[in-house]
Design a protein. Sequence first.
Length: 97
Amino acid sequence: YKMRTYELMYVLNPAIGDDNIKAEMDRIQSIVETQGKIHDTDVWGRRKLAYEIQDEQEGYYVLVHFESEPDFPKEVERLLKISDSVLRYLIVLPNAK
């Protein structure tokens, strides 16, 4: 398989507190690193959400660029979906033609 570069944007619930945000970011990073190679992580931090999610008006945004085989992002999404502290996530292929 050819490795592809992906963008993962996820939004954490800021109500979990700063220590837990850091722990959750480390956990998600280690999930991605099981089968992917992280190029960079861009922490946007606390931002106002476009609309309320789970009664939250703010989210903690993190953008991760990583490389992996094409079937791996589905597994990352599955693990993010079952995490209570992740409000939203999206994995895209940047510059997809």
